[in-house]
Design a protein around this ligand. Sequence first.
Ligand SMILES: N[C@@H](CCC(=O)N[C@@H](CS)C(=O)NCC(=O)O)C(=O)O
Length: 231
Amino acid sequence: MTITFYELAGATDALRFSPNTWRARMALAHKGLAHDTELCRFIEKDKIAFSGQKLVPVIRDGDAVVCDSWAIACYLEDRYPDRPSLFGCDVGRATTRFMNVWTSTVLHGALARLLLAEIHANLHEMDKAYFRETREKRFGKTLEQICADRKGNLASVRQLLAPVDATLGQQDWLGGDGPAYADYLIFGGFQWARAVSPDALAEPGAPLHAWNERMLDLYDGLGRSLPAKNE
Ligand SMILES: N[C@@H](CCC(=O)N[C@@H](CS)C(=O)NCC(=O)O)C(=O)O
């Protein structure tokens, strides 16, 4: 039985910019699970109505419907225990849960201030009005105001990533000897930026930069299937 994976795309089908769906896509690849992909744009909520909510990623695996990237990672780990582990052990799952909350709130919040205007420019026409309206309501400012201080916003993201860079100076992967879900959490943010931003999040020569190149090489270069804006 094949898993169906529901995810977002932008102006083109190849423009899979969503950080949360990248987490799930990398988790599926880590587990070596074949899947079909169904693309939805923001306003195509009817395509995921069966899940009872309005956000992606969603997976359907036989009778199971799972939404939310963290719930999907935990589902895959528990449903496919004989495949490579995403967390290593229960302590690994518990500490990775902290990273899930940190990336989803602190890191993604800072990345949103850096990227929102560029995301808007790279959306499918059908999504542009919806995206502008919902994000401007959320932030209480126009997209242009949110993203006005581009240099400052990039500096804030780099400052937040400094401890990640320091960690990767001591070990090749956040998962230790090999990639794990902790790596996919940070990588989701990098893919979000790769899709739309001319700025590189990591400075050339930094451990974080070398790590991102290793991440892009995983699973036959899965991450590189997303065209980069800054190459
Ligand atoms: N906590 C959820 C967040 C999911 C989420 O915010 N997904 C975004 C794409 S990255 C979405 O579907 N947005 C649709 C919308 O804003 O209408 C997760 O980690 O899966």
